[in-house]
Design a protein around this ligand. Structure first.
Ligand SMILES: [Zn+2]
Length: 331
């Protein structure tokens, strides 16, 4: 029996993993794709964004959300049961895509594919690391994170994601000139496995022919995928924090978005994302902030029975000032 290929998509907060997956699903060329989505933070934004694409080949059942912390820490409780459920379906998917949270370590997940129940039926086709080219070139791995200093927790997460990868997608290259790209390529190059390749992309647009069918069987060569956490044997995510800011409807989204960069810069916020309810608009407004860059677009109409509400997830380093940030966003 042919094993079902699974692709693990890793990458730091805001690197563009969800955009990459959206592009992949919309160009699946008849493949039945199932997605396992994992996020750091309390709101299932990424699952919502993927379902919001309104694809007919992407139904509710095909998108599984694992929200109980970082997927690398809940492999046995959450990930393996979810995976078994997918492959036990009467119509199992042709390919499984797994989006890890931006703070998750990919290696524990790859290791899980050696569990006997799984190993016989699924293989890791490839580990793909999505990287924000600008952020790397600027010496950060998400804009606004502390500059790249080895032995800091950001660096360890970033380093683990790169050193596990079969393919690196250097994303957001539309924002970078040649010199900037050279810097980014040098920075990641030193951290990649000898076998790893990289491709450039903007807006996560990479052909399925490049991303899928790598046939890496990553679970069989874990030794070539070193982790900062190999020696410790365990890890935690105590260096990071997240919370939700609930808001009323936002009458002037332009003014609302305009004040976000100041809040983000003042409080070293790594990531803000969520949805806004704009009165008079049938569609919900998506907000995605990575460092100083903020993206907004209307993605889908509010559902008939759906409560219109504005909610944002904020992620930062441990100890970010929740009350002050909430007050500033609400002001
Ligand atoms: Zn973990």
């Amino acid at each position: 029996m042919r094993k079902i290929p699974a692709t693990i998509v890793t990458g730091f907060l805001g690197a563009g993993k969800t955009s990459l997956l959206r592009h992949l699903v919309t160009h699946a060329e008849g493949r039945r794709i199932a997605l396992v989505i994992n996020e750091f933070g309390e709101l299932g934004i990424d699952r919502e964004l993927l379902l919001g694409c309104g694809l007919t080949n992407c139904t509710d059942d095909d998108v599984v959300e694992l929200a109980n912390g970082c997927i690398c820490c809940t492999v046995a409780e959450d990930f393996l049961p979810a995976l078994e459920k997918l492959i036990d379906r009467p119509d199992p998917p042709d390919h499984i895509l797994i989006e890890t949270s931006g703070l998750a370590l990919p290696k524990p997940l790859v290791q899980a594919f050696n569990w006997p129940e799984i190993k016989a039926r699924v293989t890791v086709d490839g580990v793909i690391a999505v990287i924000d080219a600008m952020a790397v070139a600027e010496g950060r791995f998400a804009a606004n994170t502390p500059a790249l200093i080895h032995d800091n927790p950001f660096d360890e997460v970033f380093g683990d994601q790169l050193s596990c990868a079969d393919l690196v997608v250097l994303n957001k290259t539309d924002l970078a000139d040649r010199a900037t790209l050279d810097i980014a390529e040098r920075e990641i190059g030193s951290r990649l496995r000898a076998q790893a390749r990289h491709v450039n992309a903007s807006f996560g647009k990479v052909s399925p022919q490049i991303l899928l069918g790598l046939s890496a069987a990553a679970e069989d060569d874990l030794a070539t995928r070193p982790s900062f956490h190999d020696a410790a044997g365990e890890h935690d995510h105590d260096d990071f924090d997240s919370f939700v800011v609930a808001l009323g409807s936002i009458a002037d989204p332009g003014a609302f978005v305009a004040k976000l960069p100041t809040v983000i810069a003042m409080h070293d916020v790594l990531r803000v994302k969520g949805f806004l309810d704009v009165p008079g608009k049938d569609f919900r407004l998506v907000i995605q902030a990575v460092g100083p860059r903020i993206e907004q677009y209307f993605d889908r109409p509010w559902g008939a029975g759906e409560r219109r509400q504005s909610r944002l997830v904020v992620i930062g380093a441990k100890g970010i000032d929740r009350d002050a940030i909430t007050a500033a966003i609400r002001a």
